[in-house]
Design a protein around this ligand. Structure first.
Ligand code: GLN
Length: 192
């Protein structure tokens, strides 16, 4: 899997685990922290889990917000986990704010039915197969529309979706040893 370079947004949250997953796949990664990091070339972007409100604020303060939004809107492949799913959501049902809002999705924050804390399960993801799914104060998608497609559901709720080269999961593949969601993202990057 050499040749690709993936930027990992490293303002807050579980970015180191994504870097490790990419390293395990032999893909080079670097941390995106400030505007001048955008001068480096990269083929895809990972938005890690963490706290979407904090990440949204830091994205705006660092001046990363506008250029990243423009690049995602014009086709930069992006993989958002958990808080990253919220950053990409077109609307957040229980929050007045939106962030990049580049996906035709409606998300619900901190509202996963089965838990207030965390849980792990095994679920099926379209295009990938059975995978472990670790949820931590997770959002879910109440609906997808337009070009957005649901890829996985748990307890009748959408927990993974894709729209063009944008991929989101409510769960955290980077916290398990299973690399198949990251591999799926790399296939998305490489696809025409
Ligand atoms: N609850 C977090 C938020 O609203 C998301 C949780 C996570 O990324 N683990 O941003």
């Amino acid at each position: 899997m050499s040749g690709l370079r993936v930027a990992v947004l490293a303002l807050q949250g579980a970015f180191a685990e994504h870097e490790q997953a990419l390293a395990n796949l032999g893909v080079s990664a670097f941390e995106l922290r400030q505007r001048r990091d955008l001068e480096r070339s990269f083929d895809g972007l990972i938005l890690p889990g963490g706290e979407s409100t904090v990440q949204g604020k830091l994205l705006r303060e660092t001046g990363l917000f506008d250029p990243l939004q423009a690049r995602i809107a014009s086709g930069l492949p992006v993989f958002g986990t958990c808080a990253g799913l919220l950053l990409l959501a077109g609307r957040i049902q229980n929050d007045e704010r939106t962030h990049f809002a580049t996906m035709d999705t409606v998300a619900v924050r901190n509202a996963y039915g089965r838990q207030l804390g965390s849980f792990a399960t095994v679920g099926t993801c379209k295009g990938i197969g059975q995978i472990p799914m670790t949820f931590i104060r997770a959002p879910y998608l109440a609906s997808v529309s337009g070009d957005a497609e649901a890829l996985a559901e748990v307890d009748g709720r959408i927990v993974a979706a894709r729209q063009g080269k944008q991929l989101v999961t409510a769960f955290h593949p980077e916290l398990t040893s299973d690399l198949s969601v990251h591999e799926y993202f790399l296939r998305l990057i490489r696809a025409d």
